[in-house]
Design a protein around this ligand. Sequence first.
Ligand code: GLN
Length: 447
Amino acid sequence: LTSALFNRIDSTDGQIKAYVTLDKDRALETARLADEKADFMQPLTGIPMAVKDNICTKDLKTTCCSKMLENFVPPYDATVISKLKDVNAVILGKTNMDEFAMGSSTESSFFQVTKNPWNLECVPGGSSGGSAAAVAADESLYALGSDTGGSIRQPAAYCGVVGLKPTYGRVSRFGVSALASTMDAIGPITKDVTDCAIVLSAIAGIDSFDPTSSDISVSDYLKCLHDELNGIKIGIPKEFLDNAVIDKDVKDAFLNAAKIYEKLGCVCEEISLANAEYALWAYHITVAAESSSELGQYDGIRYGHRAAKYEDLKDLYKKSRGEGFGTEVKRRIILGTYLSDAQNYDKYYLKAQKIRTLIKKDFENAFNKYDLLITPTVPTTAFKIGEKIDDPLKMYMNDLYTTPVNLAGLPAISIPCGFSDGLPIGLQIIGKAFDEASILRAAYAFE
Ligand code: GLN
């Protein structure tokens, strides 16, 4: 199986460019050992997979697709990687992403632009675009991504695969490079919902290395897939449909999905998430402020690229960071530093946190009455490479429907629900905190 995947990568990845690093020798050796000790109680044993390049893999380059970390080889594994290695998963390699996970198209990678397997002129989405493209192009059986504002769900939607962002705290964040540590989550990108349940079961659970990981017990995600949907109450936030940015085809596919749920015995009703319209801005303020602080560690001394020539310490910082970071990262560092400055803190960061609380309350109210909420994952399908790279505000609009979920720390999945002009459309199913089981069950019934 692993050899077959490498053959596939050899024949297609020259075009798709999903991988930035391959680990062929070690993968083949792990696969050989997995064959020897095949434990058929472990569904992931010997199954080849790919890892987003911001998740630390011991002795295997982890670059965050930045010049800053171009040659960084971690001395340890992220907890999700240790867990997968414990069940003898086979790591094929590391996948392309937007630099430091900032972006929605994978175009801000220092290394290369990944193509959407459905249409090579289009982006795969981002920031986990390499992971989603690898799975969609049959270059991996599943992949891990990270999602701070939509980076698993949006590329999954654009590439026609399944992507789950777990509840904040459900999966350990130890070993993922932080973008915004109050919102980051690691999750699976898979070909179908069953695989998603299997991978989530393998990576979920409390971890002493991540104090924000939760001790709430992990459900049997595979078993619950077959539970009845009858009587489930689904809310449809009207603000996600009545706006100027949604494509007609996306809206139609979404409304059709809602009808399918009614046929499956669910009750679908329109609801209001009144503060959702402020989510995108609260999100971007939070992300800029938190990431500018997280990225402070890359000073060219302890971590990261060091400039070859400099005059003094200050000049070393300036040149190393100036050379090491790309445009989008610099934009957010400058913005974040401004927003979290003592003079501006109340005006922006604090206000964003207040909006965050209101959004959380909106969701709480909705979940008092409804079991699940559904929305389109993204207002549009995949856009053309180059179309939005020079217009950050247009790029940020991609995250309109995904960011409220991260602000509230809730779980959500994107599953394919239709096509427009040959490009996939995603359906987002949002659940109560730690109720991944209900999301997976509804996703499985739809599939
Ligand atoms: N596209 C969003 C951003 O650029 C989300 C990124 C993410 O989830 N890592 O911030």
